[in-house]
Design a protein around this ligand. Sequence first.
Ligand code: ADP
Ligand code: MG
Length: 231
Amino acid sequence: MNERAAPLVELRDVHKSYVSGARPLHVLKGINLAVERGEILSIVGPSGAGKSTLLHVMGALDRPDAGSVRLEGEDLFALGENARARIRNRSIGFVFQFYHLLPEFTALENVLMPAMVYGAGPFRDRGEAAARAAELLSMVGIEGRMAHKPSELSGGEQQRVAVARALVNGPRLVLADEPSGNLDTGASAELLALILDLNARSGQTFVIVTHEEEIARRAHRRVRIRDGALE
Ligand SMILES: Nc1ncnc2c1ncn2[C@@H]1O[C@H](COP(=O)(O)OP(=O)(O)O)[C@@H](O)[C@H]1O
Ligand SMILES: [Mg+2]
């Protein structure tokens, strides 16, 4: 396959069920989706439609029951767990709906974490990684609160720390699950501006699950999921 011509991410006939209770719940029912390099794609759809599940499978956090997920032509679930984890850490950034910051660490340490998982990540050493983490925290407007723990930050501030953490390794793909779900209008507009700016400046690709019309409208493309299938 010509990798340069391949989409950044490509899902082919992806199925995923959860088994909890008497019968399995078929959540993703044959998803086909390609995301191009430099694209901002929004995913919209009702609660329970499978948006979070789709994002987790796309980011190789959850294995599909059938179908394939390719990143730059590489079939992620054909790789061993270590190789997959490495790609996830270096090439994919996640912004989770409820932040998932580590409570016992400061904002700066939380942002630094993905860089330190494998040595110093893409950086020469911890100092260089810490400098980048601090730069990202300034960019998201947290420069005065880098030494604060999550419990000492507002919801909007925690979300911005989570965004900085997702970006620290310079991932080609950023996946965000309702990133403005817990933000007020002002913080939500700032987050959108940051995403648009990063995309324009560094060509990072974003896939954003959102209920916000403004975010969906400013994305390059919008897909709708209903009952586990794209419309
Ligand atoms: N870990 C899980 N175990 C069992 N059921 C789950 C799990 N995660 C999600 N589900 C169910 O799968 C369906 C889709 O969930 P989800 O992908 O979170 O939807 P959305 O993000 O669109 O609201 C829902 O019915 C949800 O209850
Ligand atoms: Mg969800």
